[in-house]
Design a protein around this ligand. Structure first.
Ligand code: SIN
Length: 202
């Protein structure tokens, strides 16, 4: 894998700030999964003792079992191609960046032209020490709005992703709902989208 080029499916900070020497980028869909802020962050958007929340992909049936809406039942994200010349270094950087509980997995995704590709995707599952899992909406939003770590404020992770999704004309109902709830939490009299622009950090 390290000698060959590879495709990477990105759905969170890797969409908003890939910081990778990719040579091709295309929108793509991973069926059967949805974004959820169920992974803890002690290294980027929080600190030990006061972790933030970052995204992972959760099987749609697990989302439904938590009583949450099914949504589209698929995750729309981005595919990046990392060619052989940079593959080894890119993989090492990715493994380091996603080290707090993510597993490097392979899944079949479909790009916007209908082409199926095997792609790497970094997934956090309940079997890692940083896992936080589901939480009541108000609790989750309060955590997103207060946590911060070496990479900046947790809320800016959400804002950066939301802005990227908007630019790509991808609508994720769950992310939209969290943005609206965060807006009400931070500024009951206004909207979050009128706040100052987010920093672009992971
Ligand atoms: C990803 O963006 O694909 C992985 C999760 C993250 O780093 O936010």
């Amino acid at each position: 894998m390290t000698q060959d080029g590879f495709w990477l499916f990105a759905y969170g900070s890797l969409m908003a700030r890939p910081a990778l020497p990719w040579t091709q980028r295309v929108e793509a869909t991973l069926p059967g999964y949805q974004r959820r802020f169920w992974q803890g962050s002690h290294d980027h958007r929080g600190v030990p003792g006061a972790p933030g929340r970052v995204l992972t992909l959760v099987p749609t049936e697990d989302v439904e079992n938590e009583g949450e809406e099914r949504g589209e039942g698929a995750c729309e994200g981005l595919l990046y191609y990392l060619p052989p010349a940079v593959a080894k270094g890119a993989l090492a950087r990715l493994d380091y960046r996603e080290k707090n509980g993510y597993l490097r997995c392979t899944r079949e995704v479909r790009d916007r032209f209908g082409i199926r590709r095997r792609a790497l995707v970094y997934l956090a599952t309940p079997h890692n020490p940083a896992w936080l899992g589901p939480a009541p909406r108000a609790e989750l939003v309060a955590q997103l709005c207060t946590a911060q770590g070496p990479s900046g404020r947790n809320i800016d992770y959400l804002r950066a992703l939301h802005r990227t999704l908007r630019q790509l004309r991808i609508t994720d109902p769950h992310i939209e709902a969290l943005m609206a709830a965060a807006g009400r939490h931070l500024n009951p009299a206004g909207a979050l989208t009128t706040a100052r622009p987010p920093k672009e950090e992971p």
